[in-house]
Write a protein that binds this ligand. Structure first.
Ligand code: AMP
Length: 289
């Protein structure tokens, strides 16, 4: 497994592979790898000859009061997981190598990123788009895999690839969950035992949406809000029923609608979602409480 530390080395490696006719897959991550990330790697391996994992905690997507400095960075463990998974190369640059001190160009998406997590985290998607555009230019993949876990992010990346003509196929892979339904996340390790218990509320809320048989979006979102707040004692950031493509709010639930939510357990912000009527919808398998 190649370890590539600098942008120049990364790009050279990718160019060399491409010149040999090798099809490249890329899985961008912030590290602290778990089985959700590894599922993306496996998906990439079915679609490419060689897979690059990028591990970069990207400063430009964190707000000033967010967890950039304390974000977990268990690098040795991450590399062991990548090696075991048969990853061909890992790109692990430092922020100073990715961003010149006087860098002044950003990629800004102006529609899909305004609401939901974009409203709660100003500048977040500008940082995401900018770093993913850079990672695409450095890893030069034919195919890139993102997780449905970050539903809005995946929609924005698809839009960026379309609108800026990146010659890259974007694949969105299903959410990987713990046995009790909690979506795997690097941030789950911040949770205390009590918070971890209460964090089940997010996936239980999605289960409620599926089981309720109710189609009035406002009524369902209200029930979800009550469940999260009262039963699971979580602080809700938002609960939304949106069109799965445009991310615009919809009045009624039907196939193609995404239910997206974000809530705090203590100080940890957790997200989850389900796309109604989708064959790989992981919310199907969420167990009863
Ligand atoms: P992160 O390291 O959190 O930036 O995530 C890197 C990629 O892994 C993103 O495309 C995420 O959507 C994806 N991902 C994170 N958690 C999961 C999960 N539980 N299941 C599937 N994909 C995930």
């Amino acid at each position: 497994m190649q370890l590539l530390h600098t942008p120049a080395d990364m790009q050279q490696w990718a160019l060399a592979q491409r010149s040999r006719g090798i099809r490249l897959g890329c899985v961008p991550t912030m590290g602290c790898l778990h089985d959700g990330h590894l599922a993306l790697v496996r998906e990439a391996q079915t679609r490419a000859d060689q897979v690059v994992v990028t591990i970069f905690v990207n400063p430009t997507q964190f707000g000033p009061h967010e967890d950039f400095h304390r974000y977990p960075r268990p690098l040795a463990d991450d590399l062991a997981r990548c090696r075991k998974a048969g990853v061909s190369a890992v790109f692990l640059p430092q922020p100073a190598q990715m961003y010149a001190a006087d860098h002044s160009i950003y990629v800004v998406e102006e529609q899909l990123g305004n609401g939901l997590c974009g409203a709660a985290r100003p500048g977040h998607f500008r940082g995401v788009c900018t770093v993913v555009a850079k990672l695409f230019n450095l890893t030069l993949p034919h195919v890139a895999i993102f997780g449905q876990k970050d539903y809005q992010q995946a929609a924005i990346i698809r839009r960026m690839v379309r609108d800026l003509d990146f010659p890259i196929e974007v694949v969105v892979a299903p959410i990987v969950r713990e046995p009790d339904g909690l979506a795997l996340s690097s941030r789950n390790r911040y949770l205390s035992t009590d918070e971890r218990q209460r964090a089940r509320g997010l996936s239980q809320a999605l289960r409620l949406v599926r089981d309720a048989g109710e189609t009035d979006a406002a009524a369902v979102c209200q029930r979800v809000q009550t469940l999260l707040t009262e039963t699971y004692q979580l602080r809700v950031d938002y609960v939304a029923a949106v069109d799965g493509q445009t991310l615009q709010p919809v009045p009624s639930l039907q196939p193609g609608v995404a239910i997206i939510l974000a809530a705090f357990a203590g100080t940890t912000r957790l997200i989850d979602n389900t796309l109604l009527g989708h064959p790989t919808d992981s919310a199907q398998g969420i167990p009863a409480p």
